[in-house]
Design a protein around this ligand. Structure first.
Ligand SMILES: [Zn+2]
Ligand SMILES: [Zn+2]
Length: 355
């Protein structure tokens, strides 16, 4: 089965071709179909900002490492007992690449993100087919195309970020980083009643995209003084909710200074494993009572992500599509940042006359 994989560990941005990481298409064995499993013929798999981190060896260095956790497709085959959610062969679906076992202590304590068996079904989906447990699979609403459906997983991350902000209607909200998660978080927070909604982003195209989809203000952190802008926008009070979706070690510290007293700051990205951020406890936790938190994965968020997906504006995130065999080129375009999202078409699937 053809699968997109990391074939050499290294940074995809390394200017030296000798040490640069590499993405290729390789043959993987078919995944076994257990009795409660669902085999999905993958239509689309989106490249995630975390995929280059896998190329750098963040989760292990044994190549090839299969990629792809943002997928949509059509059910091809069901295990004999995979009928508890009413899934049928031919259903258009998307899903969660992680299976939460439901049995371990973490799952029973309502903390599925820490499931002790979380890796069991973590199978690469940037492939011709993927086989998941039925609990990972969700039927797409009619209003959502397969192309849009591969954005269910990143949408679930935006929903989970919103959960962790504890936002109240009318809160002043800033999102740092205009990549896909930042753009989706912006749209989700808008629907949640965010005010003074601001995007901090150095790339002009991404700022303009944010303005088209609900941002009231945008800040260029390179050309502008973001602290003065934040003061202007919030009347000197700061933001009640601060979301980092940039993962940038340069950006994260300054976010504490645009947070209001009592604010919640969600570090909602992946960060370099060896990066440490200095934190003055007296200023930020004692005097300012900030709540700092993060997001690992997005448990309990998929059903709501599915509800909100038809209401999001996804057109600008579905414009760059490459066939499976051109995955290497697709990753080059992803790394160039030319498009907010780059998507791999894993199979040509007719949606029965749908757009
Ligand atoms: Zn992702
Ligand atoms: Zn578990």
């Amino acid at each position: 089965m053809r699968t997109v994989a990391v074939t050499k560990i290294g940074s995809l941005r390394d200017p030296d071709e000798q040490t640069r990481g590499r993405i290729g298409v390789v043959d993987f064995p078919d995944q076994p179909l257990g009795p409660e499993d669902v085999r999905i013929r993958v239509a689309y798999a989106a490249i995630c900002g975390s995929d280059p981190h896998l190329a750098e060896g963040f989760f292990g260095t044994d190549v090839p490492i299969g990629l792809g956790h943002e997928i949509s497709g059509v059910i091809e085959e069901l295990g004999a007992a995979a009928h508890r959610n009413g899934l049928q062969v031919g259903d258009r679906v998307a899903g969660n690449f992680l299976r939460f076992c439901g049995t371990c202590r973490s799952c029973q304590e309502g903390k599925q993100q820490f499931c002790e068996h979380i890796q069991d079904y973590n199978r690469p989906g940037m492939a011709e087919t993927v086989t998941w447990h039925e609990s990972q699979v969700y039927r797409l609403p009619d209003a959502v195309t397969l192309l849009e459906g591969c954005l269910l997983e990143p949408t679930s991350v935006a929903v989970r970020i919103a959960d962790k902000t504890g936002i109240k209607v009318g809160d002043r909200v800033v999102v740092c980083g205009g990549g896909p998660i930042g753009q989706l978080a912006l749209q989700v927070m808008k629907r949640y009643g965010a005010t003074s909604l601001t995007m901090i982003e150095p790339i002009a195209e991404r700022r303009e995209m944010a303005l088209r989809h609900g941002a009231e203000f945008v800040v260029d952190p390179v050309a502008e003084n973001q602290y003065e802008r934040a003061d202007d926008i919030t009347g000197g009070r700061g933001y009640d909710v601060v979301i980092d979706a940039s993962g940038s070690s340069r950006a994260v510290k300054g976010l504490l200074d645009i947070a209001a007293k009592g604010a919640t700051v969600v570090y909602g990205a992946m960060y370099p494993a060896d990066f440490e951020m200095p934190l003055n406890l007296s200023d930020y936790l004692y005097l300012k009572e900030l709540t700092l938190t993060g997001v690992f994965v997005s448990p309990y968020a998929f059903p709501r992500a599915l509800q909100i997906l038809p209401h999001l504006e996804l057109d600008e995130m579905t414009q760059s599509v490459f066939p499976l065999e051109q995955a290497t080129e697709a990753f080059e375009v992803h790394v160039s940042g030319a498009y907010p999202k780059v998507i791999i078409r894993c199979n040509d699937i007719d949606e029965g006359g749908r757009a």
